[in-house]
Ligand binder design. Sequence first.
Ligand code: FMN
Length: 370
Amino acid sequence: MNVHSAVDSPVLTGTTLRRLAFANRFSVAPMTRISATAEGVPTERMVRYYERFPKGGFSLLTTEGIYTDKAYAQTYRGQPGLTDPEQAEGWKTVVDAVHAAGGRIFAQLMHGGALAQGNRFRSDTVGPSSLQPRGQQMVSYHGEGLYAVPREMDEVDIAEAISGFAQAARLAIDVAGFDGIEIHGANGYLLDQFFTDYTNRRQDRWGGDIGKRLNLSLAVLEAVRGAVGNAVPVGIRLSQGKVNDLKHKWTEGEEGAAVVFKAVAESSADFVHLTEFEAWQPAFSDDGKSLVALARQHAPDLFVIANGGLHELTRAEQVLEAGADMIALGRGALTNPDWPRIAAEKREARPLQLEMLAPISDIKDTELRY
Ligand SMILES: Cc1cc2nc3c(=O)[nH]c(=O)nc-3n(C[C@H](O)[C@H](O)[C@H](O)COP(=O)(O)O)c2cc1C
């Protein structure tokens, strides 16, 4: 960390997103920690885990991916849901604790699709096309071996998935009191499966060129917007890499990115959350623009949250300079739940330590001590 630039770092300046004011540009990235009850209800342990981040100075938190229906959305055993009042009331205790500590919190809504590896409601999986997913199930989330081959979704399945997102968003705002909604369109899960050329071979309105492959994400965005109204910040997370294909690049390159960001700009989204392995790197060629810079170019009015290797102040500043409005830290926040305070006080951050994620990625007692 460059301690000398901390005092007047732009990362420590305030900003706004719709009616929400943030004291600084630090947010916590969504991180699945499978610490809910078997019924998907958030626990006291999760309350204690989440409230450490606003206490440490993070102005915004995005929750772990929350499943959205009692059909095919649940992805991991121990994952929390937002599908009934009991789960929503559980989230309210998390949200209240974050608000009491002065923070804001967005719910990340997620459908696992073909990467579901622990769904208590179904023993099979669904996806855009019936193709074997790449890679192996995640062992630290109780997985083992290959992913199942999904059943190809029909119109009824697709309508059910869309309405699951909308209903979960309504519970998130009306019952739990979240400050905004992030739709998980990234990292290889259902919406990204529709978006990705090699997992979506459909020839109907949900498949085809990159614009058409974005149609399900856009339909979910509009359904969520319809459910929560115009005042609530709504956005979508997008990535190139996936949990089961870390180095994937959008085949259509910068031209494809232009199509994507223009479409999101024209939708009712307020923000886009971009995650790359290293957010400052050129997205496609050795000397091209980063995904953040491309979003800023093609969607000048969108609020951009940037994530990926930004737990160095100088890197975070570089990405703000390239066009981001907010920085999200994943591993850096796990190791330093007080990262913004450390930056403001010009102290040295702890180097990444991720032993809390092994052998299973649930929340550990040791984390709750700091
Ligand atoms: C333990 C863990 C769980 C994660 N779970 C999610 C998740 O639920 N949703 C999501 O969009 N990304 C998830 N991610 C990805 C992070 O949000 C982030 O993109 C990644 O850690 C890279 O950012 P970093 O370099 O700041 O760590 C997870 C990452 C980690 C380390």
